[in-house]
Design a protein around this ligand. Structure first.
Ligand SMILES: [Zn+2]
Length: 446
C-alpha cells in the first residue's frame, strides 16, 4: 500500500471515529493499488509559451500573492519563460539584467483569477473576454468538450478545465448538455468516457439519485478526477458522505436545511417538474435558520470533509426593486448571502464561480460581480481573493503549478489599478494580464 493511500485510510478511520485530527485535511489522492500514480488534471487547450529565455520583471507594484498573507509593497516579480522565478520586496529581489521591466507603481499584482463555475452557453467570444479581465483559468461544469472548439479558434482563452456534459437522470433539465446515467454500470462507463476525452472533473446533476452519486464519485476518484454536484433532490449531507468533493451553488444545500417534511415536498415537486426548483429554492431559503442544529451540522460536515463550496451568488441575485422580484425571492437571496458567510466563518472552503453570465453583471464582468457579492456577504476582500486564486487552484488540484505568485509556479498574473483590499471593485480596473508568461491584455494597455 502506498504511503498516500495509507494517509487516506488513517484519515477516513479518524473521521469515522469522530476524531478531529484530520478535520481539515484535504483528500489525499492516491492511485489504486498497483497502478501508476495518477497525473494531475490538465487543461484541454495548449496554452502558448513564450521564448524560454524571455525575462520580464514587474517592479514597484504591491504584491498580493494568493496565500492570504499581508501584501508586499514595492515588490518585484520576475518571470522567465512561462515561470515565476522570484517574488518579494524590492530590496530583497534582484531585477535581472536585460529583463523587460514593467513599472508597477500604483498597481497591485495578483495571481491570475480562477473561475470554478463558468458556462459558455454558445457565447464563443466570452472566454477571450474574461481572459482580458484577469480570469486565466476556468472550469465549465456542464458542456461537451467539443463545444469549446469554436471559442478556442477565436484567440487566446483562459486555461480550459472542462467536466464534459452533466451526468443526469431522466428527464434532464438540459438534454443537450447532459449524458443520461441510469445505473451503476452506466455511471462507471460515463465517467470513463469523459475522462478519456479530457474531463478534469465530473459534474453530477440534480436528477441522479444518491446511489448513483456515490458510484460516480467512486469512479471519478479511481480515474484521478473530482466529482462535483448541483443538487436539488439529493440531501447535501448524504451526497458529501457519498464522496462528493465539491458542491456547486449555495442552493444545493437547501433541502438539508429545512425540516424533512418540507424537504420531501420540495423533492417531489422537482422530480415532477424540473422548473419547480426555481421558485422553490427561494421559498426554502426564506425559511432557513442559521442557528438551527441541522445548519450547523451540515457546515461542520463540509469542514470535516474539506468539501469545496462554490456559492455562485450572482446567478441567484434578486433585490428589492428588481423588476418582478417577489418578497420571497429578496428574503431568500439575503439568506443565501448569510449562509455563505456562515459557511466561511465555520471554515468551509468557499471558492469563486461566476456562472459565466449573471443578471446583475454586464457581459464579461460576472466574476468581478461575484467577488463583490461575496464581500457584501461579509467575507473580507483578502478572503475572496484567496478563494478566487489559491483555494480554487486546490479545488482544481492544480495548486502545484497555479494559484499563487511564488517561484516555480506558472506565470499567470493580473495587474489592477487601486487597492482591492480597500475596495474589491478595483478588480475591475485591469491594466495587464499575463497568461503562461505572455502578456495577453487588456487590449487598450498594449
Ligand atoms: Zn451551472
Amino acid at each position: 500500500m502506498s504511503i498516500r493511500l495509507r494517509v487516506l485510510r488513517v484519515c477516513l478511520a479518524a473521521t469515522l471515529a469522530g476524531l478531529s485530527a484530520c478535520a481539515s485535511t484535504p483528500v489525499q489522492w492516491a492511485s489504486p493499488e498497483g497502478q501508476p500514480k495518477l497525473p494531475p488534471p490538465r487543461e484541454i487547450n495548449a496554452v502558448a509559451r513564450p521564448d524560454a529565455a524571455h525575462c520580464a520583471a514587474i517592479v514597484g507594484a504591491t504584491l498580493i500573492d494568493g496565500r492570504g498573507g499581508p501584501p508586499v509593497r514595492d515588490a518585484v516579480v520576475v518571470v522567465r519563460g512561462d515561470r515565476i522565478v522570484a517574488a518579494g520586496a524590492r530590496g530583497a529581489t534582484d531585477v535581472p539584467a536585460g529583463a523587460e521591466v514593467v513599472r508597477g507603481a500604483g498597481l497591485w499584482v495578483l495571481p491570475g483569477l480562477i473561475d470554478a463555475h463558468f458556462h459558455l452557453e454558445g457565447d464563443d467570444g466570452l472566454p477571450g473576454v474574461i481572459l482580458q479581465r484577469g480570469v486565466t483559468s476556468l472550469r465549465e461544469p456542464g458542456n461537451w468538450i467539443e463545444a469549446y472548439d469554436a471559442a478556442r479558434k477565436l484567440g487566446p482563452t483562459p486555461r480550459l478545465f472542462l467536466a464534459g456534459p452533466l451526468l443526469d437522470g431522466p428527464y434532464p433539465a438540459y438534454p443537450e448538455n447532459a449524458m443520461l446515467v441510469r445505473d451503476a454500470a452506466e455511471a462507471r462507463w460515463a465517467v470513463d468516457q469523459l475522462v478519456e476525452r479530457g474531463a478534469s472533473a465530473i459534474k453530477v446533476y440534480f436528477r441522479l439519485p444518491l446511489g448513483l452519486v456515490e458510484e460516480i464519485a467512486k469512479a471519478a476518484h479511481a480515474r484521478g478526477v473530482i466529482a462535483v454536484a448541483h443538487l436539488e433532490t439529493v440531501d447535501a449531507a448524504a451526497a458529501v458522505r457519498a464522496g462528493l468533493d465539491g458542491i456547486e451553488h449555495i442552493t444545493s444545500l437547501g433541502t438539508a436545511l429545512v425540516p424533512p417534511r418540507e424537504a420531501e415536498r420540495y423533492r417531489q415537486s422537482v422530480i415532477a417538474d424540473n422548473d419547480a426548483r426555481v421558485p422553490g429554492r427561494y421559498e426554502i431559503f426564506r425559511g432557513i435558520s442559521l442557528a438551527a442544529p441541522r445548519t450547523r451540522a451540515l457546515l461542520g460536515l463540509l469542514v470535516a470533509r474539506g468539501t469545496f463550496l462554490t456559492p455562485t451568488l450572482a446567478i441567484f441575485e434578486r433585490r428589492a426593486g428588481d423588476a418582478g422580484a417577489t418578497e420571497t425571492e429578496v428574503r431568500g437571496f439575503e439568506n443565501m448571502m448569510k449562509l455563505t458567510l456562515a459557511a466561511r466563518r465555520a471554515g468551509v472552503r468557499v471558492v469563486v464561480g461566476s456562472h459565466g453570465k449573471a443578471p446583475g453583471a454586464e457581459r464579461g464582468w460576472a466574476y468581478q460581480h461575484e467577488m463583490e457579492l461575496l464581500v457584501e456577504s461579509g467575507l473580507s476582500p483578502m478572503e475572496v481573493l484567496v478563494a478566487g486564486t489559491l483555494e480554487n487552484a486546490r479545488y482544481f488540484r492544480v495548486d502545484d503549478r497555479l494559484g499563487s505568485v511564488e517561484p516555480g509556479k506558472l506565470a499567470d498574473l493580473v495587474l489592477v489599478e487601486g487597492d482591492p483590499l480597500a475596495d474589491i471593485r478595483a478588480m475591475r480596473r485591469v491594466k495587464r494580464v499575463m497568461l503562461n508568461g505572455r502578456w495577453v491584455g487588456p487590449a487598450q494597455a498594449e
